[in-house]
Design a protein around this ligand. Sequence first.
Ligand code: QUE
Length: 339
Amino acid sequence: MSNVVNTFVQNSTGMVELNRPKALNSLNQEMIDLVQEALTTWADDDQVQQVLIYSSSERAFCAGGDVRAVRESVLEGDVAAGDKYFIDEFAMNNTLGTYPKPVISVINGVAMGGGMGISMHGSHRIVTEKAFASMPEMAIGYVPDVGFTYFGQRASSLAIATFLAVTGWRMSPADMLWAGVATHFVEDAQGFIDAVLNESLDGALEKFSTQPTGSSELAGVASQIEETFGHSSWALIDASLRSHPDAEFVAKVDGLMASAAPASVVATVKLMHQNSEATTLREGLDNELAMSLYMIRQPDFAEGVRAVLVDKDRNAAFSPANYEDVDESHFVTLFQRSS
Ligand code: QUE
């Protein structure tokens, strides 16, 4: 099998094998279409008791969305293709979040952005020692999406999820468990998968579920994060960082945010707060979609993707370049229901 996603039923498990290893399984339109089609078919198929999502590659679970292709569409004047991509990706996220059967992901490598979206909405998010995850969108002039701004704050807290979103903090397996984006830890991914297929999900968890060795570094700065990142605007968060007594924590935040697009950061804090009021994942995704379709039309997105993924010079010229020059009102008016 050599499709970008292989979908098949084995015993009573619907298998979704992400298989675009050269691009670290970053999700393109075809992959999203294949996953959505399989999920739709299996939802009503009594032969399928559960779904298992995993990677064919040791290198990565899923490095994100195919933002390079979206950038090209935008630059070629076909922004509708970019819109369609995000509409369809978020629909797949919603399908996963509302699925009538267990959805198990085995995250055995990097999960960024879209990789979190294809796993965190399922019922079981299994991580191994090799798992790590982040929401790195600030660097590409975009915003966190795929339901993270809705789900993330419900799995942890508004302040923690906002911190993860604006800093792109690289979560370890222990961090992922602590923040609620992962539910279980296993050492042997293949052993776990084989046990799910040949025994049962509960039996496999019973046999393989353990605890990671290290403790969560994120948990170690939770109180500092709660003291600073819960405010309703970036200006207020920044002010509280500037007066926070833990200089080491503040320096860490500043370092992580050195290549962030100012407009993305301001927009993200607004989006997080808008989605603190949302009552369903679909509503959260709709707020993200409004923001997403706006962001991909701004020059920061093409410039950020260029700097990180095309030229890889990591030297994006974002505009505005300073937080003081970002007009927050642009973002607030995007949402259907203003709060
Ligand atoms: C922000 C992103 C992405 C990113 C880096 C960011 C993203 C994405 C990739 C990526 C990484 C390696 C690949 C690839 C894509 O990186 O969405 O094809 O080989 O897909 O800072 O949003």
